[in-house]
Design a protein around this ligand. Sequence first.
Ligand code: NAD
Ligand code: WQD
Length: 341
Amino acid sequence: MKEIVLVSGGAGYIGSHTAVELINAGYDVVVADNLSNSDMSGVEGVRKITGVDVPFVNVDCCDKEAFRKVFEQYNFSSIIHFAAYKAVGESVADPMKYYRNNLTSFMNVVDLMREFGRPNIVFSSSATVYGEADELPVTELTPRKPATSAYGNTKQMCEDILRDSVNAYEGLKGISLRYFNPIGAHPTALIGELPRGVPQNLVPFITQTAAGVRECLSVFGDDYPTPDGSCLRDYIDVVDLAKAHVVAITRMIEDKNKTKYEVFNIGTGNATSVLELVNSFERVNELKLNYKVAPRRPGDVVSIWADTTLANEELGWKAERPLDDTLQAAWAWEKNVRGIK
Ligand code: NAD
Ligand code: WQD
């Protein structure tokens, strides 16, 4: 009998890539999503890539009675919980939308996993929990800073809910994965990031500018205290990130976790500036991007990148895909979406 993994939010960007890697690793997958920030194309892409007719349930994880039915129907041992809203700016403008969705859905996950005696929870956390860190690169022991957005606060609160719950309740185990900056797309170009409206993140804005959907990319600030004046980030390929979830789930299923609750940074360990990323995108895809330097974006941290020693040594996971390949995949996906040859 294959182990079943429930992927909540599995129609979305990272969830769909993770569903593919779980299937590649021999797991059965059930996707649960309310399509609030996605559509069925993600699930169809997963089915096409894997040749598996992955079951999909349209459910709001905040609706406990409806969500309970998924637990009744499928006997999964493990959940990877991606389902959340993720727009930082929107969360500042409408915090209750974020607290209601991200906290309620996660508390339902913990309650139902307990109720049904299902042990393993992987939570999608974020490097945003570190804020403007005092030491770089950040390790898992680097203190979290008070969150500057409701979104960031929900990530810190969910981490704490998971830690406290697995420590208190027999039979539960948890891993929080703190993603750095996920970018790119599947090499088949069948799944990728599909932002609604104007993209807030750098790479979708770059690919949409290259595709002519946006006129000009603004590089937010070139006067930061960094080598070229633009911000430094740790850009992690989405397929590498997806594989980190597979090893995290496997670790818990095989009972190899050292403590009931664990936290891992998931990044490359490399710092890349905005201008470097833009230049690499132009070079590997042999095109010119229309961009200009614009004022700093309020709320941006100057620099953050990961110390990935713990994930490398404990999970046996390491980012593998070169940034150039990731940027080619991002462009191939955008071209596919726009019907560009
Ligand atoms: P996404 O929006 O593409 O995927 C999230 C999915 O969850 C969507 O398909 C959405 O429809 C679904 N969803 C939201 N609320 C739901 C609910 N109440 N019930 C059921 N489904 C619901 O986002 P993503 O980029 O794939 O992010 C996945 C997770 O990773 C999120 O928790 C996000 O906060 C976290 N994360 C993302 C990034 C990033 O830069 N993309 C970085 C760090 C952490
Ligand atoms: C990267 C760099 C921008 C757009 C956000 C969330 C974080 C996490 C990942 C979820 C920054 C610059 C961007 C543009 C630019 N998400 N930029 N022009 O801000 O590092 O992280 O996504 O957990 O919580 O805050 O990512 O892609 O928005 O920005 O110059 O049009 O690109 O200033 O330096 P960020 P990003």
